[in-house]
Design a protein around this ligand. Structure first.
Ligand code: B3K
Ligand code: ZN
Length: 866
């Protein structure tokens, strides 16, 4: 059995979207019986199997690391010659149309370090099946278009696992001899096996209820360790808000009598939408002011909503195959983004979402791992849970919303849910429903599903004084991406407004449909050349190239009434100075400083927006604007500008820092905005070099009644070299040594810091007694964060690359999914010059030469080297 993985690793096969065939056998009913035990769990599965269509294919049940202990067909045990194993799958030649197939396997949850299938985490047993984990639990056609009705019986030691949960509704439970007990759960809804889940645990429950729009009472439970119960209030509120929001905005009602969420410490990603039993990485459930930042609170709200929304967009209507992943993920991200916008500040949420898109997805889209939101092929589907599928996918749905408007969009989604309820659907089904329900032709728009790469839209504004017209010429190019050298023009909605310099106002916001390689739009009624505000609200996920002057950008940063465009003008103002400086030009930074000063002084703006607008673009975003990235030059240029802003406006930062000091903790938008701005002010004050800056930071660190300010101050101190740095890090560590989620912040803050010895610090932290490869959160906090620290990662003659490569090699045999996620930063080697590029490549090659590599890592590395 040990060889299964290495056999796959030798020659990972490529799965193509065009090869889709309907399943040969369907499984309408599944009865599972678990004898749970951490070391040896027995799983008995009874499947009713039905031949699908006229063919003579044998029954093929996927398996990964399983060996059947017993196989029965229609009650009769098979002999060894009546079945075979092929690449882990169980193959049985069956005559006729329908049978009952029963198998028995034994699993070892404690040794399951991949965290896929049934595994142990902190004393509990839980499952993760998406995408292909169910085949690690029992033999089954593990593909999302096989939909079944499940009944699940679990038996376990009652003292160790007093709580037994599964999908659907509880239908019975009782005690057994020997201190054991059982529970039975039935799920009346058809579901693919990736949505199967069970949990056996000793957990406490935050119990609540929700009455649906048709008056049904749903019992809600959030299950955590007893000590963590007080930290579940925010998640429960988010759940109830999500349930109400989905009824109000999409007309979607919850459908079971219970909805449970379980928090676990060891989890490969954020959370999982198993039907009626969501399983969460505890970092997206637990939050209180002492241990969670405002970003964490928002993360909890967003992920709880995301998983809940999947009940319709993903579960009731699921995916036909994994190439359709964005059908559920892109749509659900769009839904959770809109929900969070409605719950807080839409302007700031949009800015945040675009920042994430640019940081993660634009990078992916311009590198060797670029793929369309509906990929054509993959080796390992786990590698395709990407920013492209999720975040770009959400932007595609958002564009449909923009083009249709809310009512027609809703007509489209109603039709989609009506048409496909209980089915495994495709992206094409979604687009067709939007066309039919929303009455729009999306023929050309479909290219967004096919073409990878971030379109670049060049905007040239001119003015004809005779006709008093402004002329806007938009031209688009979609860059080549792997396997797609030539692209067609895309259809995209570009929201624009033209500002009259004389009045500081615009003549109306318009959505232009760009469909051709080049188009000119005319705007009458301008005596002089106006100022262009473009891609307002970030209406299309593209890069805008325009020749707007610093003066025009400064104008927009003061007057644009679209918050995103105003923020964007400010960012572009800063990017121009920074990119120019890195290129060796003498840049005038006065407009940046003036814009920051004016923004801070604008009483009409809220604190959260101000904080977003005045912060400098990240080093990696600056790098993304260049063909060849020089991390040192970028770091120096950014630090210098930050220092200049800090010094020039020192009194502003002192005033702001004092003004935003809160009197008591609140989660209101105003209070969150004040904290964000306070941290920004502290950052600039520290950058100013003021002699008391470390004291101010340390006082904030020490006195804070919340993690947002405490971690904000710690981050500032961690960049420095003073005594305060060590003191703060020690205090923080000792205060939170027993809290893994906060300890993650301790690791992460140091990995992200600009301390001169970041490389050595990270190396040392990798040896720390609290560092473990067994917990994905910890790995991401240290090495994921470090690889995202552009300056730190590229220091020291490739030592950073070596460190990350070593971790990938060490982690791969334990947890290939998490290991593979560390590869992309090395894959950006083309952008960092010959010397660095060579060192990065050498590490990729060293990884690839490692025997027994998983196909997860092989796929990412080979594509990165291509
Ligand atoms: N659907 C899961 C992601 C599963 C990832 C598997 N590698 C969580 C989510 O997107 O909601
Ligand atoms: Zn999702």
């Amino acid at each position: 059995m040990a060889d299964i993985q290495s056999t796959a690793a030798a020659a990972p096969s490529v799965i193509h979207r065009s090869d889709y065939r309907p399943p040969a056998w369907l499984v309408p009913d599944v009865a599972l019986d678990f004898r749970l035990d951490a070391a040896a769990t027995q799983v008995r599965a009874k499947l009713s199997v039905v031949r699908n269509g006229a063919h003579s294919d044998p029954l093929r049940l996927d398996g990964d690391g399983l060996m059947p202990r017993m196989i029965r067909v229609d009650g009769v045990e098979l002999t060894a010659d009546q079945w075979s194993m092929e690449a882990g799958a169980l193959v049985i030649a069956l005559p006729g149309a329908a049978h009952e197939v029963e198998t028995l396997v034994e699993l070892s949850p404690t040794t399951n370090t991949q965290l896929m299938g049934l595994y142990a985490s902190g004393g509990l047993l839980c499952t993760q099946c998406e995408a292909q984990g169910f085949r690690r639990i029992t033999f089954f056609p593990d593909r999302p278009d096989v939909l079944s009705r499940y009944s699940v019986r679990m038996e376990a030691d009652k003292a160790l696992y007093p709580v037994l949960l599964a999908n659907g509704d509880p239908v019975g439970s009782g005690d057994l001899e020997g201190g054991r007990h059982w529970a039975q759960w039935n799920d009346p809804f058809l579901k693919p096996c990736y949505l199967f889940a069970l949990v056996a645990a000793d957990l406490a429950c935050n119990a609540d209820s929700f009455t649906t729009m048709s008056g049904r009472e749903v019992s809600l439970g959030i299950w955590v360790r007893q000590a963590d119960l007080p930290r579940t209030t925010h998640a429960m509120k988010a759940l109830k808000d999500s349930m109400a929001w989905d009824e109000r905005v999409y007309g979607r009602e919850y459908d079971l009598a219970v909805f449970n969420i379980v928090a676990v410490a060891d989890f490969n990603f954020g959370a999982m939408e198993n039907k009626g039993l969501n399983i969460f990485n505890s970092r997206y459930i637990l939050a209180d002011p002492e241990t969670a930042t405002d970003i964490d609170f928002d993360g909890v709200e967003g992920v709880v909503a995301h998983e809940y929304f999947h009940n319709w967009s993903g579960n009731r209507v699921t995916c036909r195959d994994w190439f359709q992943l964005s059908l559920k993920e892109g749509f659900t991200v769009f839904r959770d983004q809109t929900f969070s916008a409605d719950m807080g500040s839409p302007a700031v949420k949009r800015i945040d979402d675009v920042r994430i898109l640019r940081a993660a997805q634009f990078q992916e889209d311009s590198g060797p791992l670029a793929h369309p939101i509906r990929p054509e092929s993959y080796m390992e589907i786990s590698n395709f849970y990407t920013a492209t599928i999720y975040n770009k996918g959400a932007e595609i749905i958002r564009m449909m919303h923009t083009m249709l408007g809310p009512e027609r969009f809703r007509a489209g989604t109603d039709l989609y849910f009506d048409r496909h309820d209980g089915q495994a659907a495709t992206c094409e089904d979604f687009v067709k429903a939007m066309e039919d329900g929303g009455q729009i032709d999306l023929t050309q728009f479909r290219l967004w599903y096919e073409q990878a790469g971030t379109p670049r839209v060049r905007a040239l504004l001119s003015h004809d004084p005779v006709s008093r017209e402004a002329l806007l010429t938009l031209s688009q190019t979609v860059p080549p991406t792997p396997g797609q050298p030539v692209k067609k023009p895309m259809a995209m909605p570009i929201r624009v407004a033209l500002f009259d310099r004389a009045t500081d106002a615009h003549h109306g916001d318009e959505t232009l449909m760009l469909t051709q390689a080049e188009q000119t739009f005319r705007f009458p009624g301008f005596a002089a050349q106006p100022v262009l505000s473009i891609n307002r609200g970030f209406s299309a996920p593209v890069v805008i190239e325009s020749d707007r002057s610093q003066q025009d950008l400064a104008f927009l940063s003061a007057h644009d009434d679209d918050p995103f465009a105003r923020y964007e003008a400010m960012q572009q103002l800063m990017v121009n100075v920074l990119v120019g400086t890195v290129a060796g030009q003498a840049m005038d930074d006065a407009p940046v400083i003036a814009a920051i000063r004016d923004t801070v002084a604008d009483a009409a703006l809220d604190d959260a927006f101000i904080a977003e607008a005045i912060r400098l673009p990240s080093e990696s975003y600056i790098g993304d604007q260049m063909m060849m990235v020089d991390p040192d030059a970028i770091h120096i240029a950014r630090e210098r500008l930050q220092t200049k802003i800090g010094k020039t406006l020192e009194t502003v930062w002192r005033d702001l820092h004092a003004r935003t000091e809160a009197n008591g903790f609140s989660l209101s938008s105003a209070a969150k905005g004040a904290r964000k701005l306070r941290n920004t002010a502290l950052n600039y004050l520290t950058a100013s070099g003021a002699v008391d800056a470390d004291d101010v930071a340390f006082t904030q660190f020490d006195r804070a009644d919340n993690m947002t300010e405490r971690q904000g101050a710690l981050s500032v101190l961690a960049n420095g070299t003073g005594d305060r740095r060590e003191a703060a890090l020690d205090i923080f560590y000792n205060r939170y040594a027993d809290d893994p989620l906060v300890l993650d912040k301790w690791f992460q803050t140091q990995a992200l810091s600009f301390h001169l010895d970041t490389l050595a610090i990270v190396r040392e932290l990798g040896q720390h007694k609290d560092f473990t490869l067994g917990n994905p959160n910890r790995v991401r906090s240290l090495f994921g964060a470090f690889a995202a620290n552009q300056w730190g990662f590229h220091q020291g003659n490739g030592e950073g690359y070596r460190m990350v490569a070593d971790i990938i090699i060490a982690l791969d045999p334990l947890n290939p999914q998490t290991a593979a996620r560390l590869v992309p930063p090395l894959g950006r080697w083309r952008r960092f010059g010959a010397q660095r590029g060579q060192a990065m490549r050498a590490e990729l090659e060293r990884i690839l030469a490692t025997p027994g590599l998983s196909k997860d890592v092989i796929e990412q590395v080979t594509k990165s080297l291509d």
